[in-house]
Design a protein around this ligand. Structure first.
Ligand SMILES: [Zn+2]
Length: 117
């Protein structure tokens, strides 16, 4: 049940990402088809462990239906990240609702903050 996984994730504590991973500081890449996050505090692309994940929301497409005709559902997934080297412990979300296209420099959130990459 998705409701149960939300309650269990992070033992019910808040899971918003910090400023350490915000505003472009968290990056990553793939080797084969697996994606790896790099620690924003360590050098040389130190790989972060993914300790856990949670489904924040998952439901039939409601967000911007006309612009997202190929979307199968609306969802947001949160990942709990950890660096075994510097002990960074943080969270990042991946979602298919909200901003869905264009260039990062045009992000409505970054523009509202007055931040550029
Ligand atoms: Zn680190």
């Amino acid at each position: 049940m998705e409701g149960e996984s939300i309650k269990k994730f992070n033992k019910g504590k808040p899971f918003h990402g910090s400023k350490d991973i915000s505003n472009g500081k968290l990056t990553g890449t793939t080797d084969t088809d697996y994606f790896y996050f790099f620690c924003p505090k360590c050098s040389d692309r130190q790989i972060l462990q993914i300790l856990d994940f949670g489904i924040v929301n998952e439901w039939p497409v409601e967000y911007a239906k006309k612009d997202r005709l190929k979307a199968k559902k609306d969802f947001t997934i949160v990942f709990e990240l950890y660096c075994s080297k510097c002990k960074l412990h943080d969270f990042v979300k991946v979602s298919n609702v909200g901003w869905q296209g264009g260039k990062l420099k045009d992000s409505p959130i970054l523009k509202n903050r007055g931040t550029k990459d």
